[in-house]
Design a protein around this ligand. Structure first.
Ligand SMILES: Nc1ncnc2c1ncn2[C@@H]1O[C@H](COP(=O)(O)OP(=O)(O)OP(=O)(O)O)[C@@H](O)[C@H]1O
Length: 462
């Protein structure tokens, strides 16, 4: 296979394919996953493409390889196959400087900072023993965050820096951070890990200022191998703490120490944060946790039910997964309540007792949103006529918003697929199912689309 000196015609075709991927998947997905692809060989329709890490290869194979194949086949008549290989030396040379930090080769020197002072463990908040990878249920909405967290925990070097996890309340950010800490403590006990909330970071900093021992404060943080700060939105707007955090962050990243951050919004949406800070936070891997799907909620309930060792009829679990959509914390709370009640009164858990015990929670979770409201908001947002929600037109400009509305109807109401289909011009339930899948797929590959959908959801839930 010819590995170098690809002819200019082929290079132009490859550039076109990359351009298409970029416009189809959006800037963020492109920068994170597709830009690192380098065409290294071509032989009679067989393409060889190099990526710098195994993680990227697996992700590309899973999410983009079909489209990549289609695009290459569209460019080259004799197209036969595409092979993706890992070659760390093949990170695109011209892009080195502008690449996300996690794609750049890790500097060899990691021992320039002094060894951790005795106080490093004091600042770290206690870890919840239940928050491990083993206890984390993975679904579509959290698979990227999970994979990235695992990668950080298992890697001996720094795969991406920082890892920025974000998502709504109670969706598992803290759980994943603790899981990283537990894993590192077990597998690499020599590495010093600090985990704390941004609030606690702020408190420690202010205390150090008051006691005039900011040097010791700085030392504590700057001498760790892995620093994890939870709920970083709390330091936005607090200028001096933000400044200190920024210095600490930079010092650690420059020394190739791992930083993991969580927040309720993406770096670009965090308010009250300085621009340089915002941009630096987004340099590594930004992984969002979406609201849960029904399948994930059911999986979590089954898992948790087993842990509790309680006999809970599957119907009850399905009922809860349908009804409690707010977040995982509330879902767990509901399960604990019905199990506690059953134990106290010495009677088995049934659908009736569940409804009785949880009537307040169920009422709060009852869907107020109607399908009509969803259709109206979505039509407004995409600037199409509301009648297009029922129309038979298939042009993408109307079909996509319609699919988004179907998806939201499934997420935000307790209507069945056939019922939803009927409200969209008498469509079949398989059409609704297809729409839901399509939107989920697009959400995982196109961050701006995903943000649009989240925005609509928030507006409808408000
Ligand atoms: N995928 C999951 N599998 C199992 N448990 C989960 C999952 N996601 C969340 N949980 C559980 O839900 C609860 C809330 O999660 P967690 O505290 O990590 O949320 P969070 O995103 O950090 O929320 P907050 O924004 O309030 O800090 C925890 O008990 C956690 O174990």
């Amino acid at each position: 296979m010819k590995a170098s000196g690809l002819d200019s015609q082929l290079n132009a075709k490859w550039a076109r394919v990359r351009g298409r991927l970029r416009s189809e998947y959006g800037e963020q997905a492109y920068r994170s996953w597709l830009k690192p692809l380098t065409l290294v060989g071509h032989d009679n329709g067989a393409f060889k493409i190099a990526v710098p890490t195994r993680f990227i290869r697996d992700w590309v194979m899973q999410h983009y390889s079909d489209r990549l194949r289609q695009l290459l086949a569209g460019e080259v008549n004799e197209f036969r196959a595409v092979e993706i290989v890992v070659d760390s030396a093949k990170a695109p040379a011209d892009a080195e400087a502008s690449q996300p930090a996690y794609l750049q080769a890790a500097p060899a020197a990691v021992a320039e900072l002094p060894s951790p002072g005795p106080g490093a463990d004091d600042v770290s908040a206690p870890l919840d023993p239940r928050f491990t990878f083993e206890n984390f249920v993975v679904g579509k909405s959290n698979e990227l965050a999970y994979a990235a967290a695992r990668r950080v925990a298992e890697s001996k070097t720094v795969p991406f820096n920082p890892l920025f996890l974000y998502g709504g309340v109670g969706l598992g950010k803290t759980h994943l951070m603790h899981a990283i800490a537990w894993h590192i403590k077990k597998a690499q006990p020599e590495r010093r890990v600090i985990y704390l909330s941004a609030e606690k970071f702020m408190y420690q900093f202010i205390r150090a200022l008051r006691h005039k021992n900011t040097m010791a404060f700085k030392e504590q943080f700057r001498s760790v191998d892995v620093l994890m700060i939870d709920d970083v939105q709390f330091i936005s707007g607090k200028d001096s703490t933000q400044e200190e955090f920024f210095h600490t962050f930079n010092a650690l990243v420059d020394q190739n120490r791992q930083v993991v951050i969580s927040a309720d919004k993406s770096p670009s949406d965090l308010e009250g944060l300085e621009e340089r800070m915002r941009s630096r936070l987004g340099w590594g891997l930004v992984a969002d946790i979406h609201p849960t799907t029904y399948e994930l909620r059911l999986g979590i309930l089954q898992n948790k039910g087993e842990q509790l060792g309680a006999e809970i009829p599957p119907k009850v679990l399905e009922f809860l997964a349908h009804k409690i959509l707010s977040n995982v914390r509330e879902l767990e709370g509901a399960l604990n309540r019905i199990v506690a009640h059953a134990t106290l009164v010495g009677r088995p858990v049934t659908l009736e007792t569940t409804q009785e015990v949880l009537h307040d929670l169920l009422r709060a979770n009852d869907r107020r949103v109607t399908i009509e409201e969803i259709q109206r908001k979505v039509a407004e947002h995409f600037n199409i006529k509301i009648s297009e929600m029922q129309s038979a037109r298939r042009a993408r400009a109307v079909a996509r918003p319609r699919q988004v509305a179907m998806y939201l109807a499934k997420q935000l109401t307790s209507r069945s697929l056939p019922e939803i289909g009927r409200k969209f011009g008498g469509r079949d339930h398989t059409t609704v199912m297809h729409a839901v899948r399509k939107v989920e797929e697009l959400r995982s590959t196109d961050s701006s689309f995903s943000e649009d959908v989240d925005l609509l959801r928030r507006m409808l839930e408000a």
